[in-house]
Ligand binder design. Sequence first.
Ligand code: NAD
Ligand code: TYD
Length: 348
Amino acid sequence: MIRVWVTGGAGFIGSHLVRYLLETQPSLEIHTVDALTYAGNLHNLSDVLDHPRHKFHRIDIADRESIEPLWSQTKPKVIFHLAAESHVDRSILSPLDFVHTNIVGTATLLEVARRHWNGCSDVLFYQVSTDEVYGSLEGEEYFTEQSPYHPRSPYAASKAAADHLVRAYGHTYGIPYLISNCGNNYGPYQFPEKLIPLVITHLMERKPIPVYGNGLNVRDWIHVLDHVRAIALLAERGKRGRTYLIGAKNPRPNLEVVKLLCTLYDEMTGSRGSEALIRFVKDRPGHDFRYAIQPSTHLFELGWRPQVPFEEGLRQTIQWYLTHKEWLEAVRSGEYQRYYQLQYGDRF
Ligand code: NAD
Ligand code: TYD
């Protein structure tokens, strides 16, 4: 058995990755390492919690005293590092949480890896990162692997710092690593603070749908399973010490995405006039205008293709939220209500 860690495995992308690795790679024993913050949820892993090749560990990645003994006990060969504070709006409200997990947490994992992986070549530190590290595009351009880092939100800056630390540890101490930067994910189990699940839940509850600014900001969307398939493939066959860009070539203005969700929702549920719920509200401070990704050529050479067409993926996602109301209840606890009030209270 090869032991791997998935940090952040109880979050949105992490839980899909855990499930995918268990399904497709019988030689792996998966250890989910997750602090279960507001965004992490054991309900996301309910179908694999008792899997014989999966173990869950509730640990803060920045807490070296807990990470060290787990490392000695499990001796992982691969770290899929996804644990993070991941939401830009929250990073504007409380940036230090992002410094703690995304920077100190990543550095802590790297320190422990440096000690235990000294001289090892058959190991991998896989850093899951975001296109937001490259900043904001203006015209019709795309981010490429050569784009310089230019992070502009506390979230993006903390992820950029983490990416730099991974490269620095790779260069200085010889830790085999790989970094992939991906665009906006969507799909089941996404916490309803991000645009797509927020819009779906507001449609379900017939609440006003907040669109920041004029709705023309562009994000490049990819289904979470297409992202996870790319991560698994790159871990197996990607070049060590390289950065890959993962994207489905699907950049769209926010308003177009919101209107599409309204149309699909009406078709699927028999509701009418959902677009009338749209409200243009006060913009996000420092709101990046456009993200768009030119996916890495090598990823295509390895055989990866995005498989989920956007409209189909949105339909499946709407259907998932419609049939998982108990999940929504569970994740929208008191903490969510507090955040929601802070974020949207004076916007409508
Ligand atoms: P998420 O917010 O849904 O999940 C993050 C997980 O990390 C949660 O389970 C949380 O409990 C855990 N966590 C947070 N702080 C922790 C800590 N100190 N110690 C241990 N665990 C901790 O995030 P996501 O959307 O699944 O994103 C996962 C990764 O992918 C992140 O690194 C993010 O930067 C990156 N990413 C996300 C997107 C996206 O669109 N969501 C796009 C590109 C890259
Ligand atoms: P989000 O899902 O928060 O992801 P990110 O900021 O990491 O790209 O937001 C996606 C886009 O949607 C972004 O341009 C901000 C916008 N947005 C809204 O217009 N209204 C909202 O309520 C939210 C949460 C986001």
